[in-house]
Design a protein around this ligand. Structure first.
Ligand SMILES: [Ca+2]
Ligand SMILES: [Ca+2]
Ligand SMILES: [Ca+2]
Length: 334
């Protein structure tokens, strides 16, 4: 009887030590930017010690080792609180590589709570990549493009893909539209997009977006899309509504291999931007969309509509709307 009581007491003691040990080690300094929100990352009570929130439960269930938090890309890739923003984006460590004792990663003004579904940054599109081994070390560029008018909303660059699994982020998503998330790995490492199979490009559609955040899980595949990348129309930020239609001189000019063409729309218009040779043959359509009033830029990569490089020489580019037609000359020099 005495023996049993002793056994019970020892067991209870060990249990208490274990619980205190786990709680004590379950520290904010073991997750990136953990100090930004103190224990509110993991506990319902920001002071900690009480019930855990969904992120805290996730960590406690699957990401503890000897009572210490195992912060890695697997935990970073999960969206514990279901707000369509992965933990790694909420805590500003996209690659899940931060380690205890290192300076806090990312932009601490963007840190949100991974255990609170009402805490997130509006407009975030998180792309969680897996299986990207063939592209490790290569540049990855992503663009968020409005499907209805092909206007580019935002872009993001990963200078070197760090590992098979990582996260990239695009911004400025708004509910009520459909978007394409276009991205390519610079497979031949020349700093620009070359149509597949030279570079590898993918498109993921976000149809009828209703939330102010979106999350895309992308596993590497060999389904490449020739997305005519450089011809997306880019809205020039902060330039207001122009007073009249105008078509600017391309820049640079002369050019090789790419040039930019800017135009201004004082009102919502159906817009075509096309490139012709001096025989009047159409070489390439750069835009053919309904676009809202504003200032925009398209880029021509010197390719014809079949993806072939055109020869040196003078080309015409033309802006057409129901109200105006304007054209200018440009010179491609090789
Ligand atoms: Ca989340
Ligand atoms: Ca959150
Ligand atoms: Ca390339």
């Amino acid at each position: 009887m005495k023996k049993m009581r002793l056994y019970f007491m020892v067991s209870l003691f060990l249990f208490i030590v274990a619980v205190i040990g786990v709680a004590r080690n379950f520290r904010v300094n073991q997750i990136p930017n953990g100090s930004e929100n103190t224990c509110a990352n993991c506990h319902i009570n920001p002071a900690g010690g009480g019930a855990r929130n969904v992120f805290g439960i996730e960590v406690g269930t699957n990401f503890l080792s000897s009572g210490n938090v195992v912060w890695n890309i697997n935990l970073a890739s999960l969206d514990s609180d279901g707000d369509k923003v992965p933990n790694g984006v909420e805590l500003q460590d996209l690659f899940g590589t931060w380690m205890t004792g290192q300076p806090n990663p990312g932009d601490n003004t963007k840190v949100t709570l991974p255990g609170d579904a009402t805490s997130f940054k509006d407009g975030t599109v998180s792309v969680v990549f897996a299986g990207m081994t063939p592209h490790v070390g290569q540049k990855l560029e992503l663009r968020l493009v409005n499907q209805s008018n092909l206007v580019e909303i935002s872009r993001s660059v990963v200078n070197a893909i760090p590992a098979a699994a990582f996260i990239a982020v695009l911004t400025d998503l708004t509910p009520g539209s459909s978007y394409n998330v276009d991205f390519y790995a610079d497979h031949n490492n020349n700093g620009q997009y070359d149509a597949p199979p030279t570079d590898h490009a993918w498109r993921v559609a976000l149809n009828n977006v209703t939330d102010s955040t979106a999350m895309v899980n992308f596993t590497h595949n060999t389904s490449f899309t020739d997305i005519n990348w450089p011809t997306a129309i880019i809205a020039n930020p902060g330039s207001g509504i122009p007073g009249e239609f105008s078509l600017a001189q391309n820049y640079p000019n002369p050019f090789n291999p790419i040039t930019h063409i800017s135009f201004a729309l004082p009102k919502n218009s159906r817009v075509k931007v096309e490139v012709f040779n001096l025989n009047g043959q159409r070489i390439r359509s750069l835009a053919d969309n309904e676009i809202s009033a504003g200032n925009y830029t398209v880029t021509w990569d010197g390719l014809d509509q079949y993806g072939h490089q055109v020869s040196s020489g003078v080309y015409l580019y033309r802006l057409s709307t129901p109200d105006v037609i304007q054209s200018k000359r440009m010179l491609l020099v090789k």
